[in-house]
Design a binder for this molecule. Structure first.
Ligand code: A2P
Ligand code: MG
Length: 603
């Protein structure tokens, strides 16, 4: 029987461990460091009880004293040596081999929250209430201001933890003390509801036992404790996770950007990453069997629309313009694919743990059709490409999950998840970079700039397009797929401009993301005649670029018009670059097009 602690965060976490006073034995450590991706397994002694948490932003001062911005245990050393975590901290609590031969465990936010954590039983896994628990969500960004803990240790001095109402206000009512010291008088508060809605399986206040305590038959059940679990491939256990159709919780208050950003990764990226891995492993890379891509495509669309419906501020109507509809899936012969999608979606929801929702096959079909909106010039519409760059996805290369919000015909929000794009610059090289983290999440809100963060949830950083004003130093992006863009034309444009570097060819809207953070200077896209561009292929990418200070236009220099329905209505092609280079780029584009037309009709 073991505990395996894994750090899936994009940053180092220093676990701290406190054995309870009555615990018959201690674990073999009370504190250690876990680099990103690292894990450590420890024997779980019979009858052990105690708690485990993650410390973040730790360092040793010149006097040799070790301290952490969150979860610090005050020992001044790496090991906690019998000290508890200073709140706020997300806690995993265990009592092994308790009454009835059961292990009891929970994840608690009673002492506040500092990072996402998941506890998953493994091995024996029997017992009615033997299931994963935890808090998958990064709450630091959406913590109510009066509870938020900021630290200069975080990039940008942002929120690093979220206090409980008890700690923030100290009242008996919030702390369940004094006359509120029993479950009948101490009730959930608006603050505890904030935690409960985000993380329904975690303890949100002292008497939140009913929905927050989990039990497994002791036997040889081991436990995996994962920090930042959402991008890990969390496998489901047992057969019954107590799934019920329950409508689902509504977050008290969350801006669309926070909703879109926080919720794209957990389910959707897991699906993308897992399915791509399966495809690569099974060798299904031919076009003959597209079904794995199809499953990922539909699955991603369903999960995004589910999350948006749950998290976006309740508005009168929900409208989404998305690439897929259910027509193909309703046809004879599609039963197996529909079954696979249903299974994938339900499993992802259970593993994530945020919602208690179960999709029937009919539910799956109708959820897909949530994406049938026509968009247009009035009202608000979500715009989604569930997997952009399918060809890249199949090859194991770049792809993106692209989500944007249209308001009165204008893109006001864009989120672009690129699971295979390195977090650092891809420079002038095709693909690979200096071995740094992979998985970039771009986002932009109109008038507020663009940001990138790691898909593992690192703090966001402002990005801007490059400031090159001499085309000779510029490099340009284009499609990896030759069939998606006219290469003689892009080559001739580059030549006219004096661009020296060879084109950087990558799939999907990852190109817009890379351009927005200055990895390259220009993006050229000239589909063959007759190809009609869809809004979901450009909405998120273009706002990320424009909010990073760049320009995105058609070949005549017109802004892209997203108000015309599902298609973009544009002249010839799409070009993007910084403000300095745009005038000369436009001229080169027009000259090259003129030349090509003349060559085609020599009169
Ligand atoms: N003939 C085509 N010309 C231009 N773009 C295309 C063409 N066929 C498909 N696409 C779309 O281009 C996007 C990928 O572009 P990139 O070349 O930048 O990776 C995808 O959205 C893809 O659509 P789909 O999503 O239906 O595969
Ligand atoms: Mg696409």
């Amino acid at each position: 029987k073991t505990f395996t602690v894994t750090n899936n965060c994009g940053y180092t976490v220093w676990p701290g461990i406190l054995s309870a006073g009555n615990s018959p034995a201690a674990l073999d450590s009370t504190g250690f460091a876990l680099a990103p991706g690292e894990s450590r397994t420890m024997p779980a002694p019979h009858g052990w009880s105690g708690r485990l948490w993650g410390r973040t932003f730790c360092s040793t001062d010149p006097a040799g004293r070790f301290a952490c911005a969150t979860g610090d245990c005050g020992s001044g050393r790496l090991d906690c040596a019998g000290n508890a975590a200073k709140p706020p901290a997300t806690l995993a609590e265990f009592t092994l081999d308790g009454s009835g031969g059961m292990d009891f465990y929970d994840v608690s936010l009673v002492d506040g929250y500092n990072l996402p954590m998941l506890v998953t039983p493994r091995g024996g896994v029997t017992g009615e209430n033997c299931a994963p628990t935890g808090c998958m969500v990064d709450l630091n960004g959406k913590c109510p201001a009066e509870l938020s803990v900021a630290s200069p240790a975080a990039a940008g001095g942002g929120g690093v933890a979220c206090k409980s109402a008890c700690e923030a206000f100290g009242s008996a009512q919030y702390c369940c003390s004094g006359e509120y010291g029993n479950p009948n008088t101490c009730r959930p508060s608006a603050y505890s509801q904030f935690f409960k809605n985000a993380c329904p399986r975690a303890y949100s206040y002292a008497y939140d036992d009913a929905t927050s305590t989990f039990t497994c038959a002791s036997g040889d059940t081991s436990y995996d404790i994962t920090f930042c679990p959402s991008t890990a491939s969390v496998k489901s256990v047992g057969s019954d996770h107590g799934m019920v159709y329950a409508g689902g919780a509504q977050l008290v208050s969350s801006s669309p950007r926070v909703a879109a950003k926080t919720w794209l990764p957990p389910g959707v990226i897991v699906v993308g990453v897992a399915v791509q891995k399966d495809i690569l492993q099974s060798g299904v890379q031919s076009k003959a069997d597209q079904s794995p891509v199809t499953v990922a495509d539909y699955g991603s669309q369903i999960l995004v629309s589910l999350v948006l419906k749950m998290e976006a501020p309740a508005s009168s109507s929900f409208s989404m313009v998305a690439e897929e509809d259910s027509e193909e899936l309703r046809k004879e012969g599609a039963e197996e694919i529909l079954e696979n999608i249903t299974e994938l979606v339900n499993e992802t929801i259970v593993d994530d743990g945020t919602y208690s929702i179960y999709f029937s096959k009919e539910g799956i079909l109708s959820a897909i059709d949530d994406g049938k909106s026509e968009g247009g010039p009035s009202g608000r519409h979500w715009v989604l490409d569930p997997i952009d760059g399918t060809k890249g996805f199949l090859r194991g290369d770049q792809y993106a999950i692209a989500l944007a919000l249209l308001d009165e015909g204008k893109v006001v929000l864009g989120v672009l998840a690129c699971p295979n794009l390195s977090l650092g610059s891809i420079g002038n090289l095709n693909g690979g970079s200096s071995g740094d983290q992979v998985g970039a999440l771009f986002s932009a809100t109109i008038g507020c700039g663009a940001e990138v963060e790691s898909l593992q949830g690192s703090p966001a950083q402002k990005i801007s397009v490059c400031s090159i004003d001499n085309p000779v130093e510029a490099s340009f992006f284009e499609s990896y797929e030759g069939a998606h863009s006219l290469r003689d034309l892009t080559g001739s444009i580059a030549e006219k401009l004096g661009v020296q570097a060879p084109p950087v060819r990558i799939d999907s809207q990852a190109k817009y993301g890379a351009l927005a953070r200055g990895d390259g200077a220009i993006y050229l896209r000239f589909p063959h005649k007759g190809y009609r561009e869809k809004i979901w292929d450009h909405a998120a990418g273009s706002i990320v670029v424009t909010e990073a200070g760049g320009l995105v236009t058609d070949a005549s220099g017109n802004d892209l018009d997203f108000s015309k329905g599902r298609f973009l209505d544009l002249d010839t092609g799409i070009i993007a670059t910084n403000k300095q280079l745009m005038p000369s780029l436009l001229k080169a584009v027009q000259d090259a097009i003129k030349e090509q037309n003349q060559a085609a009709s020599p009169l």
